[in-house]
Design a protein. Structure first.
Length: 462
């Protein structure tokens, strides 16, 4: 009995070993047979590619793409149209991707997955879907002229707070844009029909358009929760040159009537927009690269500074604020040093957050006669108590002696001041915001102002 059991064990072991070697031989033979080739049973769109190389698959679909070379597309919007050939648009089968996908079946990093895919392909077949492609870049280039006609940005309503009511002084207007999702879906829909030869070689597609709603509509006027004054900030700019006064008024106008939604982070740079001669600004003195020079939009920092003060007095969180490089006299005409906020797009910005439950309305008041600017913020109060300290000035450093630079373009004896002296200092002020007896905002604003040297050009021309 023992001898019989032993014989059965040896026989079974032999069978297993034999099967192992046989299956190993079959597997090795199978892998060698299909080295660099697609495994049997793999198809693309019903076309069997068993035993073919990746290059052969690529060539097959590139050959099919040649049937598209005489196809032309015309895209129209109203009475405008643009045309492009399928060849230029690189419209056709995605040959490279299809070849890669077919070759990847059974060649993943997971051995068990590979075995499963090979068996599935061999016994059941794996049919990959056909994929098509076209050049997004070429499509955008083609429709660019139509986009200029079609694309209209929506206009938000602008509001005033007057006699306890919110009144629109600029009504909202919807915009429109190309519905790219629908457009590309229609464009892609011609792939199988072209492949089957069931459409003409000239294809006309009407550009689909979608309406873009304004973020703030006129009808929203009395649904915004704007009921009362939250806070005011003001500044003076006596002594400003006319161009600076003009820029201050222009930038303030572009903020006047804006709404800040609940939870929104307001960006000064994004809200004012591009500051250049192309957007209406004039040359006035700005601080740039360590110098005071004439530049487009000089004076805009008066606007950001004034808004900063309004935010302080409204008890809203300050997200981003930068002090100027040196003390600017305009900002100390009605307040101590340090209550300023410089901006210089795109990197230097002033931001605050509307952490209330309702919209906030920004209203600007510019007086070019008295040279004053004020911002009032309206919304729905929540019993905040705001305390802003006075500015403490330390580490005062006198301005360096003036620098004189010879200028051969000026007549001898003529001097022209191009930069202005300012003493250096460190300033600190704090702010706390309290509600229901609990302080929930505590700020410390530190400004390190460098001493600034007056610079004069001295003429040497005879």
């Amino acid at each position: 009995m023992k001898r019989k059991t032993k014989f059965v064990l040896w026989f079974a072991t032999g069978i297993l070993i034999g099967l192992f070697f046989l299956s190993s031989f079959i597997y090795i033979f199978f892998e060698k047979s299909y080295k660099g080739e697609i495994y049997p049973g793999v198809s693309i769109g019903g076309q069997n590619f068993s035993g073919q190389t990746k290059q052969q698959v690529f060539n097959f679909f590139e050959q099919k793409n040649s049937q598209f070379k005489n196809v032309n597309f015309t895209f129209i919007y109203q009475d405008q149209r643009v045309s492009v050939s399928a060849k230029t648009l690189k419209y056709g089968f995605n040959s490279q991707l299809l070849a890669e996908q077919a070759m990847s079946i059974g060649r993943t990093a997971d051995l068990l997955t590979n075995l499963s895919l090979k068996l599935q392909a061999y016994f059941q077949g794996i049919n990959l879907p056909v994929s098509y492609t076209f050049s997004q870049e070429e499509l955008e280039r083609t429709i660019a002229p139509l986009r200029q006609i079609i694309e209209i940005e929506p206009i938000d309503a602008l509001f005033n707070f007057n006699n306890g009511r919110v009144v629109a002084f600029r009504p909202s207007s919807p915009g429109q844009a190309i519905d790219m999702e629908a457009f590309e879906k229609e464009l892609s829909g011609y792939f199988p029909r072209l492949d089957n030869g069931t459409v003409e070689k000239t294809i006309t597609i009407t550009i689909p358009v979608v309406v873009k709603k304004p973020r703030v509509e006129t009808a929203d006027a009395n649904n915004l929760g704007i009921k009362e004054l939250l806070g005011i900030g003001s500044s003076k700019f006596i002594g400003s040159i006319p161009n600076r006064v003009y820029n201050i008024e222009l930038a303030a106008t572009r903020l006047n009537g804006l709404l800040v939604a609940p939870g929104e982070i307001f960006s000064f740079n994004n809200s004012v927009g591009d500051i250049s001669k192309f957007t209406g600004y004039k040359e006035a003195y700005v601080i740039k690269d360590g110098k005071t020079i004439l530049g487009d939009g000089g004076g805009v920092c008066q606007v950001s500074t004034t808004l900063f003060r309004a935010i302080l007095n409204s008890g809203l969180p300050v997200v981003e604020r930068h002090a100027h490089s040196y003390r600017v006299g305009y900002y100390e005409q009605d307040m101590g040093p340090g209550f300023d906020a410089t901006v210089y797009a795109p990197s230097v910005d002033f931001k605050f957050k509307n952490d209330t439950k309702n919209h906030i309305l920004i209203q600007a008041y510019t007086n070019t006669i008295d040279k004053t600017l004020a911002f009032a913020l309206y919304g729905s109060g929540d019993n905040r108590k705001i305390s802003v300290s006075k500015s403490i000035v330390t580490n005062q450093v006198p301005a360096p002696a003036p620098l004189y630079v010879d200028d051969p373009s000026l007549p001898r004896g003529v001097e022209k001041q191009i930069d202005f002296a300012a003493a250096g200092a460190t300033t600190v002020f704090t702010r706390t915001v309290e509600r229901n007896g609990e302080i929930f905002i505590s700020d410390k604003f530190v400004s390190n102002f460098r001493p600034w040297q007056a610079v004069f050009l001295r003429g040497t021309k005879e």
